[in-house]
Design a protein around this ligand. Structure first.
Ligand SMILES: Cc1ncc(C[n+]2csc(CCOP(=O)(O)OP(=O)(O)O)c2C)c(N)n1
Ligand SMILES: [Mg+2]
Length: 615
């Protein structure tokens, strides 16, 4: 057999292959890779760097400031694109590569596609040990990039140029598979990147990928439908899978037709608009009273596209109905089976549309739907109280949220860690699918700003507002410079409560002394008194500090039309959170301690554990 070939280096072949992968968005064929984030060093500058330069007009390369940050941006891009499009990230060997490991885990936890291309040591081993090479005394095959293995859905080390032919196909199959999807790591040995090979031309043929919609199995479907037909007090828990499957419309018709209240997880928030009458808002540890009251009593929970993590299930103490049945509508069997659920392995939209047809005649009890409406009314009043401006010296996070909401009601909100996710989950009024972007699978401090950049690249028309605590900002802020460089306008609202407010509160709640969280409670000689506005300005942002909620609102309005990334800083109270709603969360309290406060907390903890379901 004679195949036409083209002689390229391995890195050139990788680059060319990436440009030929396409997908269809709104009837238009577009590249499936939105771009490549790169920080070069030895291990990628000569090979991958040269190759990316050659295709830069087709597949743009963006210089970031930190490998973890750039991978956050790439992952956020995929999330904001509902996993239809994604990005690649390339690094040098050693520290550059390892800086991406946390982000790989983030993508793994959140089931988000990203192609990681860290450089690796010489496959031929002749110059060993090279700069930044870890030497394992007993294993010649070990490199630091082995750290990617447990946090990648697919990992391969490329030690010969032709290996990328099967490896890249496998990579694409994983990245585009709704059930398997997550980070793919191809660890590219630096000498092999530069090696030439006669690649078959067919390897570079254009390929248009589409997202597979898995249809329900007949037996699983019958069991799920039977459970629902017997339900009197059903609820839906809408997870991220609803958004990724673009099932919002199907969810709305199903909920309306059968009168089923919808409870949203962090990843699933914005599945329905906040003001839809059946949207009860957030569920679980950071849930609204409206959602949690229903969850306690529910006889059937239709859990759609959710991993059912502890924040959603109140550490498995939220559901109190002895006859509770869970129907796990999920494209991933691992999730569909959780907690003895009746699995319904299917795409969320396909599953909902099929159920919508099959349950004709059934209806949730009217009293149940009425209870939902009344609960929602009450919650809305509680939320208004929490977000209303008062004359307190320092505003609460909730009041800042109220101001952002009023000034930028159409914003796409980005956040990840600290006290804000809980408050936003309860209080943010999300308008449409994807307008609430919370990374709460891994809740990684430092995701916020870099994530905001990825969201803006994916959705350039959106008014992207990042809300971030002082702690997260300190951990990672340098992609502000990248946002300036790329002309990607973000509005960053920085809530400075002088420390790790939420962990300080958790410490107090578990009987601990105020220790090492708020800056004032740390071992210090001098408190730094960080001027965040000056810091952000130094990176090129428009910035200002405001001293009240009213000033914040004005600043948000005034800077809406500013084209540059803007940072607005406000001091906040580290102690206040929204009391209404919420649920117990399992955080293990020490069994023995010299502190009476810890002993009291332990006693309460042991009592609370009694409500936790096993299995
Ligand atoms: C990378 C990382 N390190 C540690 C944590 C644990 N953690 C969660 S929130 C938090 C404090 C966040 O502080 P800040 O951003 O100021 O928000 P606040 O709690 O004050 O609202 C810490 C240390 C984490 N989630 N991520
Ligand atoms: Mg803080």
């Amino acid at each position: 057999m004679s195949q036409k070939t083209i002689r390229l280096t391995m890195a050139q072949a990788v680059a060319r292959f990436l440009t030929m992968q396409k997908t269809e968005i709104d009837g238009e064929i577009v590249p499936i890779f939105g771009g490549v984030f790169a920080i070069f060093g030895h291990g990628n500058v000569a090979g991958v760097g040269e190759a990316l330069h050659g295709i830069k007009d087709v597949l743009p390369t963006y210089r970031a400031q930190n490998e973890q940050g750039m991978a956050h941006a790439a992952i956020a891009y995929a999330k904001a694109s509902f996993r239809r499009r994604f990005m690649a990230c390339t690094t040098s060997i050693g520290p550059g590569a390892l800086n991406m490991v946390t982000a790989a885990a983030l993508a793994h936890v959140n089931r988000l596609p990203v192609l990681l291309l860290p450089g690796d040591v010489f496959a031929n081993r002749l110059p060993d040990p090279v700069l930044q090479q870890m030497e394992d005394f007993g294993d010649g095959t070990a490199t630091v990039n082995d750290c990617f293995k447990p946090v990648s859905r697919y990992f391969d080390r490329i030690t010969r140029p032709e290996q990328i032919i099967p490896a890249l196909r496998r990579a694409m199959a994983v990245l585009t598979d709704p059930a398997e999807c997550g980070p793919v790591t191809l660890s590219l040995c630096q000498d092999v990147q530069a090696e030439a090979y006669d690649y078959p031309e067919s390897f570079f043929e254009e390929k248009v990928w589409s997202i597979r919609r898995v249809m329900p199995d007949a037996n699983e479907f019958a069991a799920a439908a039977t459970a629902l037909l017997q339900a009197k007090k059903p609820v839906i828990i809408a997870g991220g899978g609803v958004l990724y499957s673009e099932a919002s419309q199907a969810l709305r018709s199903f909920a309306e037709r059968y009168g089923v209240p919808v409870l949203e997880t962090q990843a699933g928030k914005s599945s329905l608009p906040h003001d839809h009458k059946l949207n009860m808002g957030s569920v679980g540890v950071t849930g609204t009273s409206a959602s949690n009251t229903l969850a306690e009593e529910a006889d059937v929970v239709l859990a759609i596209g959710t991993r059912l993590q502890d924040f959603t299930t109140g550490s498995w103490a939220l559901f109190k109905n002895d006859d509770l049945k869970i129907v796990g509508l999920n494209v991933q069997p691992f999730d569909a089976h959780k907690h003895r659920a009746l699995p319904l392995v299917a795409d969320a939209r396909a599953g909902l549309e099929a159920l919508n047809q099959a349950l004709t005649g059934w209806q949730a009890d009217t009293a149940w739907t009425d209870k939902a409406s009344a609960g929602k009314e009450q919650w809305l009043m509680a939320a208004d109280r929490a977000t209303a401006t008062t004359n307190a010296e320092l505003p609460s996070d909730a009041q800042v949220i109220g101001a952002v909401q009023r000034a930028r009601e159409n914003a796409t909100l980005v956040c990840a860690a600290g006290g804000l996710p809980g408050e936003l989950h309860k209080l943010w009024k999300a308008r449409g699918p994807g307008s609430y972007h919370m990374e709460y699978g891994f809740s990684t401090m430092g995701y916020e700003i870099a994530g905001g950049l990825g969201v803006k690249l994916a959705r350039p028309q959106d008014d992207v507002v990042v809300m971030v605590g002082d702690g997260s900002y300190m951990m990672m802020n340098s992609e502000i410079a990248s946002a300036i460089m790329l002309g990607a306008k973000l509005t960053i609202v920085l809530l400075d409560n002088a420390g790790y407010g939420c962990i300080n509160r958790l410490q107090m709640a578990t009987g601990g002394a105020n220790f090492n969280n708020l800056l004032a409670d740390t071992h210090h000689v001098t408190l730094p008194g960080i001027d965040f506005a000056a810091h952000a300005a130094a990176m090129g942002a428009v910035s200002r500090k405001v001293s009240s909620i009213a000033e914040l609102e004005t600043a948000l309005q005034e800077t809406e039309s500013v084209e540059r990334t803007t940072v607005i800083v406000i001091d906040t109270d580290p102690l206040i959170t929204t009391d209404e709603g919420g649920h117990w969360w399992d955080v293990a309290v020490p069994e023995v301690s010299d502190r009476p406060q810890v002993n009291a907390a332990r006693e309460a903890y042991v009592k609370a554990l009694k409500a936790q379901r096993a299995g």
